[in-house]
Ligand binder design. Structure first.
Ligand SMILES: Cc1cc2nc3c(=O)[nH]c(=O)nc-3n(C[C@H](O)[C@H](O)[C@H](O)COP(=O)(O)OP(=O)(O)OC[C@H]3O[C@@H](n4cnc5c(N)ncnc54)[C@H](O)[C@@H]3O)c2cc1C
Length: 506
């Protein structure tokens, strides 16, 4: 008889992982089913990492409620989980005089949503705050912050596992049968029984909803491409620099955002697509991002770019309609026992802590719970020796010499941090699993120097070369040994020769 869970959470993004961590405070049997080879491989790993204040969302919307509540919780949340967080503030810049009146409307929206300390500043004040930025004026949003979105998702998931939650990676949900109290959730590996379901499947949340008979939503994927700038130019801005949002556009416009690690992001673009997995990056958008960013920041050059990525917005409004689409956070009459989280686009990262509290209350109204004594209020996934003082690093090296051996020179990641990442709590096995935990390969050389050394460490720690992938699935790093390949091509040539001789003989 299969084990029965109180709650099955579908999707290990920041929302599903936050819910798992929040529910792990209680003595419940919880499982997370994630289709990818790690958590945070969907939208949660590929966004701007901005803790939005609530300035851009319509007053009274579900988005506004969870955005503002989540933003208030975020700093403590990151402190508890040892996740990088910086309150850098934001300026929304009017490029020309014609955009200055738009700043008043933005301020009014922010005031209505309870965003504190908003202030319209003139050209001279903007220049003092951001000497490299050109603009006619700005709305200063000093409470806006940045956090590391994938580190947060990983920390939430790993702390939940530490408290007893099960997370099954490589487990795409393909069908759901049954009803509240007795759901049967199918994946290619197994069938999972659960009393309640949380649908936090991001871009596939409409498909999961359809599996339980709810057909009212359709998710429209909308790709947002970014480029990442070298840390060398990280000092060009002090705070986030946003344009006045384009009217009726699919996003907030291309912004210039510092990351918690000292890089700068340019992006995102906004392009609707039919394929939610099509997270390609393009030369066209790369050129457009650099060109638009140089309007604000004339000092930028294409040589400052180190790499690119893209994230996909799960929009509930198609491109032809455009405009505002609210979050869906509700249990609907067609599917009792299922909490539907659909259309959780921006500011879903910011809202995640508040959404998790809301879903936890919903669960506890249906299942009686006691406190889980294994829950740890504080958690740290991987130490970051580069952020410590020299005396602390000396102590770390004395206890573990691996902290004295730098493997990734661009990002100053040590052997012990990589080994900790290899032996992660979720059993995530790919090279990307190590990258997103330790930051190794994220610097200027993009793994050119440290990549082979990391592979060596994976092998030293028990992985076979044939099993190593970049990102799970069939993204194998090695096709075989050079010897195998040589033998294979020799056999192929011999076969071709024999066939040619046969044709000639005939
Ligand atoms: C370009 C861009 C910029 C953004 N910037 C910000 C920002 O600065 N600040 C902010 O607050 N928000 C931002 N967001 C929004 C934020 O990233 C999302 O709202 C948030 O990550 C959503 O988290 P999630 O867990 O709902 O979805 P996801 O991260 O997509 O997680 C869903 C998970 O479900 C899994 N899944 C899908 N189908 C199945 C299945 N059948 N079975 C099992 N698992 C499945 C996926 O693999 C995925 O891991 C941005 C989004 C984009 C695209």
């Amino acid at each position: 008889m299969a084990e029965k869970y109180d709650v099955a959470i579908i999707g290990g993004g920041v929302v599903g992982s936050a819910i798992a961590r929040e529910l792990s405070r209680y003595d419940l049997k919880i499982i997370v089913l994630e289709r990818a080879a790690d958590v945070a491989r969907g939208t949660s790993g590929k966004n701007s990492g901005v803790v939005h204040t609530g300035i851009n969302v319509p007053h009274g919307s579900v988005k506004a409620k969870f955005n503002v509540a989540g933003a208030k919780m975020f700093e403590q949340y990151c402190a508890d989980l040892d996740v990088p967080f910086k309150r850098v503030g934001k300026v929304i810049v009017a490029l020309g005089e014609s955009e200055v009146p738009d700043l008043d409307a933005l301020k009014a929206k922010g005031d209505a949503n309870g965003v504190p300390d908003l202030e319209i500043i003139d050209r001279a004040t903007l220049k003092k705050m951001e000497p490299n930025i050109e603009g006619a004026g700005a709305l200063n949003v000093p409470t806006a912050a940045i956090a590391c979105p994938y580190s947060l998702t990983i920390a939430l998931a790993e702390s939940a596992v530490e408290a007893g939650v099960e997370i099954k990676l490589n487990s795409p949900v393909t069908a759901i049968k049954g009803s509240e109290g007795a759901f049967e959730i199918e994946t290619p590996n197994e069938t999972v029984s659960a009393g309640l379901i949380v649908n936090s499947a991001g871009l596939n949340s409409d498909k999961i909803a359809r599996m339980v008979g709810v057909t009212r939503w359709r998710v429209w994927p909308c790709r947002g491409e970014y480029v990442i700038l070298d840390k060398r130019v990280g000092g060009l801005i002090n705070s986030m620099v946003y344009p006045v949002p384009p009217k009726g556009g699919a996003g907030l416009g291309i912004h210039i955002t510092p990351t918690t690690d000292g890089n700068i992001l340019l992006g995102p673009s906004a392009d609707y697509t039919n394929d939610s997995d099509d997270v390609r990056t393009t030369a066209k958008i790369r050129r457009q991002l650099i060109s638009e960013a140089t309007e604000f920041l004339p000092g930028l050059t294409p040589r400052d770019v180190i790499t690119a990525y893209s994230g996909m917005r799960p929009k509930l409004v198609p491109s032809k309609v455009g405009g505002f689409g609210d979050f869906v956070i509700e249990e609907v009459p067609e599917a009792p026992g299922v909490m539907q989280l659909v259309g959780i686009e921006s500011p879903g990262l910011t809202a995640a802590p508040a959404i998790a509290e809301h879903v936890s209350t919903w669960v506890r109204e249906r299942v009686s719970t006691k406190t889980n004594l294994n829950f740890k209020p504080k958690w740290s996934s991987v130490h970051r020796s580069r952020e410590e003082t020299l005396s602390v690093v000396d102590r770390m090296i004395a206890e573990d010499p691996g902290y004295g051996e730098v493997i990734c020179r661009c990002e100053m990641v040590t052997k012990s941090e990589i080994v900790d990442s290899i032996n992660n709590k979720l059993g995530a096995e790919s090279l990307n699993a190590i990258k997103y935990r330790s930051r190794a390969t994220m610097g200027r050389c993009q793994g050119g120097f440290c990549g082979p050394r990391i592979v060596d460490l994976m092998i030293e720690n028990g992985k076979s070369p044939e099993s190593i992938t970049l990102n799970g699935g069939d993204s194998w790093l090695f096709l075989g040994t050079t010897e195998d390949l040589r033998a294979e091509s020799k056999a192929k040539r011999a076969k071709q020769k024999a066939e040619a001789e046969k044709v000639e003989a005939n």
